[in-house]
Design a protein around this ligand. Structure first.
Ligand code: SF4
Length: 346
């Protein structure tokens, strides 16, 4: 009989499971803390549980940690990328980026992706499956365990790895709740950001959630014509609908939206396009991150050269749009979304 994975339990499910087995409900809180605060990987480590319970748990459950099958570090050692193999042999990536004070983790919410963005390695592999909440949090726990060994902790999480998080809404949100739980992982909601290519109905759904998660929308193009090509889901939720939803989101939450814009050489990085983007965002409570594209092997899309990146930024700023150029982290370790997975072809 296949044992159930402890990561697949919500806190309520774990409490119900233990109660059914005749154990007091407070044991669920203890186990939860071992899992999400101490990052335990086996039941014997849970030393405040009686031995009979640890044995009983191990007979019925397992803590199925994702297997790291490749870990690569950038030459400056500030970025670490891990390819994990899941129990069903699917593989997903997560990246840790070290900044002076922050330790930011970028995690995946799907194996593959159905959105088909042509510049993205994950988009090219197609959709494999949704990750469970357990698959998602296990990526964070893996890195938290490694950082804890050095006296450090995860300070920020971005749901910006493989997949479209809002296309796997329920599991992503369950993962957010677990990571936010003060009795568990305890990461503040404002330290987490969901990145989407713009699934307008799901953005509207996010407005109803109590957790104050950050929202990043990947625009990549200032016109429908170009965006239809670069972000095909634009045909379903075109720019006017998406921008109206974003304005609604800001009105409802009073939170700033980050717009991600991957600058691609000769595709979306002209002076005119910077002006069009500024017009699109005029008057919005927002910030733009400009990221020169991480080139993917075999793709016709390349990153813009620095002079065009800074000219684009200057044009946006001159039009009053708050803008930052983001460093291309880990360019030497295939740190574009899905690139490591493609290399392994698992
Ligand atoms: S860029 Fe994001 S949404 Fe587009 S295909 Fe890649 S993973 Fe999917």
């Amino acid at each position: 009989m296949t044992k159930r994975n402890l990561y697949d339990f919500s806190k309520n499910e774990l409490t119900a499971f233990l109660t059914e087995q005749g154990h007091p409900p407070f044991r669920a809180g203890q186990i939860w803390q071992w899992l999400y605060r101490h990052y335990a990987t086996n039941f014997q480590a849970m030393t405040n549980l009686p031995q009979y319970l640890r044995i009983a748990l191990a007979e019925n459950l397992e803590i199925r940690t994702p297997q790291p099958i490749d870990i690569v570090q950038s030459t400056d050692r500030q970025t670490t990328r891990t390819l994990f193999q899941l129990a069903d042999m699917e593989a997903v990536e997560a990246v840790l980026m070290r900044y002076r004070k922050r330790r930011t983790l970028c995690i995946s919410t799907q194996a593959g992706c159905a959105m088909g963005c042509p510049f993205c390695a994950t988009g090219q592999m197609g959709f494999r499956r949704n990750l469970t909440a357990g698959d998602i949090v296990a990526q964070a726990l893996f890195y938290a365990r490694r950082l804890a060994a050095r006296g450090e902790r995860v300070t920020n999480i971005v749901f910006m790895g493989m997949g479209e998080p809002l296309a796997n809404y329920a599991a992503t949100w369950e993962a957010i709740r677990r990571l936010n739980d003060p009795e568990g992982f305890g990461l503040g909601a404002r330290m987490m950001t969901i990145s989407t290519v713009g699934l307008a109905p799901a953005i509207r759904r996010m407005m109803q959630e109590p957790e104050q998660i950050g929202l990043a929308v990947s625009l990549h193009a200032p016109t429908n014509q170009l965006r239809d090509e670069l972000v095909p889901v634009n045909r379903r939720y075109p720019l006017d609908m998406l921008m109206a939803t974003c304005r609604e989101y800001i009105d409802a939450t009073h939170r700033r939206i980050t717009f991600e814009y991957a600058l691609m050489d000769g595709i979306n990085d002209t002076h005119q396009q910077a002006g069009q983007l500024a017009d699109l965002l005029a008057g919005m409570l927002c910030h733009v991150n400009l990221i020169p594209l991480n080139p993917t092997a075999g793709s016709p899309y390349g990153g813009s050269p620095p002079e065009r990146v800074y000219a684009f930024r200057d044009r946006l700023q001159a039009k009053g749009i708050s803008t930052t150029v983001r460093l291309r982290r880990g360019i030497d370790i295939q740190a574009g979304c899905g690139q490591l997975r493609v290399k392994h072809q698992v």
